[in-house]
Write a protein that binds this ligand. Structure first.
Ligand code: OSB
Ligand code: MG
Length: 368
């Protein structure tokens, strides 16, 4: 296939509820939709993930625009590509900027799957037709509010609850949750808010049968995580620290992580995500699919990824209506008793809802 044209739409949508983590509060979500066209007019869709501010990783909405427009598009336009795996190689002169790369790479995967008449899940080698999902709950203003929310999500059928923690909002919160919900699958995500000085505090978490603790220490560290894991019974799951297959290999070899959260955007696309999945499967390390508060296109890509066999733990891909009054795809992503049916149509298997997209679009750039 030859990439002849790319539409890049700048979107702004408002989350139903603000999402609060140890690093900040997010309610307005800006992102780009990438629509790629081949020589026959077939299209594929991708969604960028970086937030407005660089507090999760260093990328932002503006760096995404800069890298895509000034570097990635010129490398790609009019190139003959026989398989999406080649895109990683084409982008290799550009260092990191994984979220910018993933936005285009995922669109090319969708295009490729559609051209070859298969679902995106099938195109990457997935076979699950139903995936289990959990929910990620931001930091709340009171424990009572958090308990109410957890109660509500359990009733909705979500299979696993993840709560954000940070210094000063941790042991007491987890203890209370365990007291009220003794059997629920529970985990905590610290988004890098602790250091090895907090080891005694983190050890107290071992009393509450957490499935795992996600990214307790610095995002650029795997050495201290290995030291911490030696002292903790609770498995560590790395998120921010894993940007590539090489990172995953080193973290697993060092003993820094027992589970990996795979986010397509953080690792630069579906090809690298699949490589990490395959490597973890070989090593007996379970994986699950993380989220970036995506709208429907990104959400559909996450679901396709989760159809791979080593996604044995519920991911953060909750349903559209958990985040948005109205989503940008048709049909929206629906969760039934904690499960999502993997769409059966070609590619991502859901249609962009152009009416809704136009409503939330700030502007569009066309590259050809
Ligand atoms: O650390 O997984 C994270 C949201 C924004 C940035 C980082 C993270 C998250 C979440 C929510 O936990 C995942 C989602 O519901 O999409
Ligand atoms: Mg996380």
């Amino acid at each position: 296939m030859i990439i002849k044209k790319i539409n890049m739409r700048h979107m702004k949508m408002t989350l139903k509820n603000p999402f609060v983590t140890s690093f900040g509060r997010l309610q307005e979500k800006e992102f780009f939709l990438l629509e790629v066209f081949d020589e026959n007019g077939n299209t594929g869709w991708g969604e960028s993930a970086a937030f407005q501010a660089p507090w999760y990783t260093e990328e932002t909405v503006q760096t995404t625009l800069h890298i895509i427009r000034d570097f990635l598009v010129p490398l790609l336009l009019n190139k003959e590509i026989s398989h999406p795996d080649e895109v990683t190689e084409i982008f290799s002169p550009i260092k990191k900027n994984n979220m910018a790369k993933a936005a285009i790479e995922t669109a090319i995967w969708d295009l490729y799957a559609k051209r070859t008449n298969q679902t995106l899940g099938q195109a990457i080698g997935g076979s699950n037709d139903k995936i289990a999902v959990g929910i990620s709950i931001g930091i709340q203003t009171s424990t009572d509010k958090l308990l109410d929310l957890v109660h509500h999500y359990i009733e909705e059928g979500y299979k696993r609850l993840k709560v954000k923690i940070k210094p000063g909002y941790d042991i007491e919160v987890i203890q209370k949750l365990r007291e009220v919900f003794p059997n629920v699958l529970l985990m905590a995500d610290a988004n890098s808010s602790y250091t090895l000085d907090d080891i005694d505090l983190l050890k107290q978490l071992d009393d509450y049968q957490l499935m795992m603790i996600e990214q307790p220490l610095a995002s650029d560290d795997i050495v201290d995580h290995a030291k911490l894991q030696k002292k903790l019974n609770t498995p560590i799951c790395l998120d921010e620290s894993i940007l590539s297959l090489e990172d995953a290999r080193k973290a697993i070899e060092l003993g820094s992580t027992k589970v990996i959260n795979i986010k397509i955007a953080r690792v630069g696309g579906l090809t690298e995500a699949k490589k990490i999945h395959d490597y973890c499967m070989e090593k007996g390390v379970p994986v699950w699919c993380g989220g970036m508060l995506e709208a429907g296109i990104g959400r559909a890509h996450n679901i396709a990824l989760t159809s791979l066999p080593n996604f044995t733990l519920p991911g953060d891909t909750a349903g559209s209506s958990h985040y948005w009054e109205v989503d940008i795809i048709n049909p929206e992503i629906v969760v039934n008793n904690g499960f999502i049916d993997v769409p059966k149509g070609n590619g991502i298997g859901v249609e962009p809802n152009m009416k809704v997209i136009e409503r939330f679009m700030l502007d569009m750039v066309v590259f050809e």
